[in-house]
Design a protein around this ligand. Structure first.
Ligand code: TPP
Ligand code: MG
Length: 356
């Protein structure tokens, strides 16, 4: 199956193009946009980890290492498309236009964090694994019924493919020929569980066969492969040709979340080695250097602009009051059920130091 679903690469680790069919589409402007967006989301990610360590936000899920997958796919979208993220995909949502302040508020437990920027169809992050897949298919099918050319993209991890919602989502999309792109980031782990313990199949892309939809395995650290192959899948969706399953093969360098210690279940040496070889930002930098498109001074100007933008989002986030833990019960259902009300009362009692 690995032969039937080879990893599609458009740019190798040295920053050389390996598929000339796409070279005419690769401009300096497009490349710089990719590069700046990857720098921006990596800077945000590092900053968020330090905010968590300082107690200024709550638990945080980092995505460092997955920047090409998130930026390349988000930039392939049209403004009118739908984006359904998991908890690790705020690199994609901020690239698509979600507000940095609201993303920070989400990680600080405030409901405002679920509100997308004006006019942006971004769903709140799916925390229960794979639940966002059927939602994305529903939105895509609604667009099809309305006769628009809008599509949905849904992000999920390798572990999510073991959930019923993954299979229900793919089946539903295939039967209805819904305009949706299933964007899987295979980062090798579901918390501490490696891929080999999660599934017997050699690839995730091959699971598309069961639903008779195209399955595409790509190098998730090659932003050109991610961008162009996502664009092609979105084009098929818009033209009435139905869904695609994309498996972007990547790696998370750090912990699953700030509550996790990866050294307990894997040797972090692999992450260290990958930083020098397979890193998505370094790879694009090599490509830019090969073309004479890279300028160190320009990079430091971009980094200054990015830091300023992030610092101002942090100040705005910190002007909000701390989250009230009781809020988490309020939007589970339109009207709270008896069980939810009871749980809320129980929590309030515990917070007041009373025992039941
Ligand atoms: C339905 C459900 N079961 C279990 C969990 C606990 N959980 C949180 S993240 C995670 C691993 C998911 O791994 P993967 O889909 O590979 O995504 P990644 O975290 O690697 O991005 C699990 C099991 C959950 N959030 N939801
Ligand atoms: Mg994973």
């Amino acid at each position: 199956m690995e032969n039937q679903f080879p990893i599609k690469v458009l740019m190798d680790e040295n920053g050389n193009l390996t598929d000339e069919n796409y070279s005419s589409k690769i401009t300096k402007e497009l490349t710089e946009n990719f590069y700046k967006n990857m720098l921006r989301i990596r800077t945000f990610d590092k900053k968020a980890i330090s905010l968590q360590r300082q107690g200024r936000i709550g638990t945080y899920a980092p995505f460092e290492g997955q920047e090409a997958s998130q930026v390349g796919s988000a930039l392939a979208l049209n403004q009118e498309d739908w984006l359904f993220p998991s908890y690790r995909d705020h690199g994609a949502t901020m690239t698509f236009g979600h507000s940095l302040r609201n993303i920070l508020l989400f990680w600080n437990g405030r409901n405002e964090g679920c509100i997308p920027a004006e006019g942006k169809k971004v769903f709140p992050p799916g925390i229960p694994i794979a639940t966002q897949l059927p939602h994305a298919v529903g939105a895509a099918y609604a667009e099809k019924r309305k006769g628009t050319k809008n599509a949905s993209i849904v992000y999920f991890g390798d572990g999510a493919t073991s959930e019923g919602d993954f299979h229900e989502g793919l089946n539903f999309a295939s039967v209805l020929q819904a305009p949706v792109v299933f964007f899987n980031q295979n980062n090798g782990y579901a918390i501490s569980v490696p891929l080999s313990k999660q599934m017997k199949t050699a690839t995730i892309a091959q699971k598309a066969l069961a639903y008779d939809i195209p399955g595409q395995r790509i190098d998730g650290n090659d932003i050109f492969a991610v961008y162009f192959l996502t664009l092609e899948a979105l084009d098929r969706a818009r033209n009435g040709e139905g869904p695609t399953l994309i498996e972007a093969v990547t790696w998370r360098y750090g912990a699953h979340t700030t509550a996790d210690d990866p050294t307990k279940y894997r040797n972090q040496q692999e992450s260290d080695e990958r930083r020098g070889t397979k890193d998505p930002i370094l790879r694009l930098e090599r490509f830019m250097k090969n073309r004479g498109w890279f300028n160190e001074e320009e990079k430091s100007v971009w980094l200054d602009e990015i830091s300023e933008e992030i610092d101002s989002a942090i100040s705005e986030m910190e002007r909000f009051p701390k989250a009230d833990p009781a809020d988490m019960f309020d939007h589970v259902f339109e009207k709270p059920t008896w069980g939810i009300q009871q749980q809320k009362q129980d929590l309030l009692q515990v917070l007041r130091g009373e025992t039941r």
